[in-house]
Write a protein that binds this ligand. Sequence first.
Ligand code: DX5
Ligand code: ZN
Length: 221
Amino acid sequence: MLRSPHSTVLSPSLLAGDHAALGKSLRVVEETGLSWIHLDIMDGHFVPNLTFGPQTIAALRPQSSLFFDVHLMLDNPHVHLEAFLQSGADQVTIHVEPDYPVAETLKRIKDAGKKCGLALNPDTPAEIAMPFISDCDIVVIMSVMPGFGGQSFREDILPKIELFSQWRKEKGHSYRIQIDGGITIKTAPGCLNRGADTLVAGTAFYRADNRNSFSKEIVAQ
Ligand code: DX5
Ligand code: ZN
């Protein structure tokens, strides 16, 4: 067991909220006493689905003081970055897989005074992210293929959590480790016990019978 030095954070994914009333779905998170919201941005190319863009984030910003954890699932995040930086994002995560200047894009996020993250799909080896992790505030390990909420957690990503956790300790890095996809009360402990500290939950949060007890239970694991 290798626990994270960071406190556990639950970042509900607005993807599973009510898209006709996103402001209301943000308030649900605030009323639960949480401080983060995960905003999934999909381009229909990198992932086979579309969601919303920077205009929606900017419209939500004045309605909430939640930490806006923006997950860009885009082939060309560097092209659209400025709009997201201006939208009120507090943290911007980009993927390592597409072909674009990753290090330069992470630096642009940092230079704008935001936290920066790097995400890896379930089949992407951890080593590919290695050159960039010293510059990251958060490493996002996808535990489903990105594109849709409500998928089952992939157990085969568990060793990747251990790797990033070991590297953080051995090399003195301070990044958070976020796990995104299929997080439930059952799948959370295996992640936290390997060093994850930031859990995204869309379906399990918004569909919970009691969101307060779900959130408390998951963070207390
Ligand atoms: C998947 C998204 C996830 C997703 C998680 O492409 O990046 O953030 O919303 O949803 P659940 O918790 O339903 O797996
Ligand atoms: Zn996400």
